[in-house]
Design a protein around this ligand. Sequence first.
Ligand code: MRU
Length: 346
Amino acid sequence: MRSVEWHNGKVRMIDQRLLPAEFRLVEYEDYREVAQAIRTMVIRGAPAIGAAAAFGMALAARESSARDRAGLLADLRAAAEVLRAARPTAVNLSWAVARLLRRAEAESDPSAIPDALLAEAQALADEDVEVNRRLGEHGAALIRDGATILHHCNTGALATVDYGTALGVIRTAHEQGKRVHVLVDETRPRFQGARLTAWELQQLGIPFTLIADNAAGHFMRTGQVDLVLVGADRVAANGDVANKIGTYKLAVVAQANGIPFYPCVPTSTIDLSLPTGDDIPIEERPADEIIGVTYQGRPIAPEGVRVANPAFDVTPHAFVTGIVTENGIAYPPFEVSLKSVFHLQS
Ligand code: MRU
């Protein structure tokens, strides 16, 4: 099933916080609950939270008690603010909300808006799956038979509506019959690699080895990695890439060892309005994500310690070999190539 979908008038999603121990579906009837689910990471991954927010907008249109078009649009703009604020870094969230708002504003008959928004959210979700498949085809050309790929966080079916971005590339190569091996970064502090990527790869029958985040440099320096593939939450116009915390370190070490580093993104993750990655807002998450975990049943740190928990970092474009999109691979100079893949319609 998809990570998020419309089901009997509700938004249904997989509760990713519980995986891999438990597979549970949750349903929401109120857009505020969808915003809360995004904030608390019931659903996560840039394209997946974009689709969830789109369905949240469809809910908001149904929930509104406004009697006229102006009132309904005002309710939708308020819902858009709540959904957009749930997580700041992934541009897919505000991109999806803006698309749904535009669709509502284009409708002159207010009674047609709820169905129009549901159809738009469905279309956005369907497109995401199709886009990932195309992205997978472009990216798979980078993978030779027998390659070992280092991967960070989770960029698979769970992080998108279905199929995945960087993991989608690996999946396409596997489906093409190439032998691939994935080194899976556990991805602290929320363990998206250990919990979600390992779970997905196991189901797909793709060989992998789980490693501690801090082992990645060792594997790269000792010649055991051919390629680094990651996703992204926002790509600035100059090719700077915001992705899960720890990505920057991987890119620097990859370059130092002559290993290609490719973020894999749908064009909905490219934000041409931001000149550089310095302008990308970095989400700071609760300290509890770091000190709330236990080691052998005991706290991992003394009580009262100061904690910093940025959820993302920015990799400057100088460390990026190329950016894989559904419209082809962008190479430096990114100012030029990103514009061209962004505006290409397939
Ligand atoms: O905090 P998360 O789990 O939402 O972060 C996810 C990532 O950083 C992914 O790499 C990114 O969203 C791309 S998912 C296709």
